[in-house]
Write a protein that binds this ligand. Structure first.
Ligand code: PBE
Length: 305
């Protein structure tokens, strides 16, 4: 039996460690596709676990009997994965929704959902804590009027997509869009002499980031001191129910946040619809050659992302 010297084993260990280290780095540089480039087997790139679209997707996986894993992440990791897959024309499925800037950045499509798991048209609602109407009538009156179109929220989301600080982008947009902003402003007689502190709760979804910071900028122009707090979806609803925040501009109904409405509906104030025609579903790049969720199982080997 030949015994190797200490130096030999040190070298072996070093090579093994180095090899693992290098593979690990290559994986990271890949843009986070830990499945490994080109490996078959579908998975759905999801977002934060409390998002309504995540529970809807879990339901879809069950109802369509999909043989896929749902990966948790965030809006930001989902769009990074899309970018990464599209760069290589790999087949990828993500949890997708509109309004979102991803549809102006890339050519994408919703997969048909014949079972209707993802619902139909949704509205985005402004929801306040109970008592805000009495405590801050001027703020409440603004919330009753705040609503905008796809083009309007789209313009703000596009600025955020390009980069920069969402608060600064919203400030610029509000300054440049005074015609619309004036229509949201409360009647003069509601202007309170005593302004105060306002806390807006939101989740870091692009649409929510855009609307939250725009309303913040408008309230600041009215003289309020505004704090925006990013939280998990469940904590946004719970926070409003408990009065930890004053309002949010990003409650999706009837389906997406239906479970939260059921739990907290009688402890909050649904103030106004601020956006119509929102939608959630499973989204793929247009080059993916299937059109329906029902076709996923038969094309498993093509989903390499
Ligand atoms: N979204 C965006 C959220 C609501 C806003 C569709 C990702 C959700 O699924 O809860």
């Amino acid at each position: 039996m030949v015994l190797k010297g200490k130096g030999f084993w040190v070298a072996v260990v070093a090579i093994v460690v180095l090899a693992f280290g290098l593979t690990g780095c290559a994986g990271d540089g890949d843009g986070g596709n830990d499945k490994g480039q080109g490996q078959a087997g579908a998975r759905i790139i999801g977002i934060d676990p409390g998002a309504g679209i995540m529970s809807a997707t879990e339901k879809a996986i069950e109802e369509y009997n999909l043989n896929v894993a749902l990966v948790e992440g965030s809006d930001a990791t989902m769009t990074a994965a899309l970018q990464d897959a599209i760069n290589r024309e790999e087949w990828i499925i993500v949890t997708g929704w509109s309004p979102h800037w991803k549809f102006s950045r890339w050519d994408l499509k919703y997969l048909e959902d014949p079972k209707g798991i993802f619902g139909g048209d949704e509205t985005i609602e402004t929801v306040a804590r109970l008592g805000l109407a009495e405590d801050m009538p001027e703020v409440y009156a603004l919330l009753e009027k705040f609503s905008w179109t796809d083009a309007e929220i789209g313009a703000v989301m596009a600025m955020n997509m390009e980069g920069g600080d969402p608060a600064e982008n919203a400030r610029i947009w509000v300054d440049e869009n005074q015609a619309l902003v004036q229509r949201w402003l409360p009647d003069e007689e509601l202007a309170s002499a005593e302004k105060g502190d306002v806390t807006i709760l939101y989740v870091e979804w692009e649409c929510a980031t855009a609307s939250t910071h725009v309303v913040k900028a408008v309230l600041e122009d009215l003289g309020y001191n505004v704090e925006v707090k990013s939280v998990a979806a469940a904590l946004m609803w719970q926070g409003l129910a408990q009065g930890d925040g004053d309002f949010c501009t990003t409650a999706w109904l009837p389906l997406t946040h239906g479970q939260y409405l059921e739990e907290f509906g009688d402890q909050v104030d649904i103030v106004n619809t601020n956006y119509e025609g929102a939608r959630i579903g499973l989204v793929v790049p247009s080059y993916v050659e299937i059109d329906s969720i029902e076709e996923i199982n038969d094309n498993m080997d093509k989903f390499t992302y």
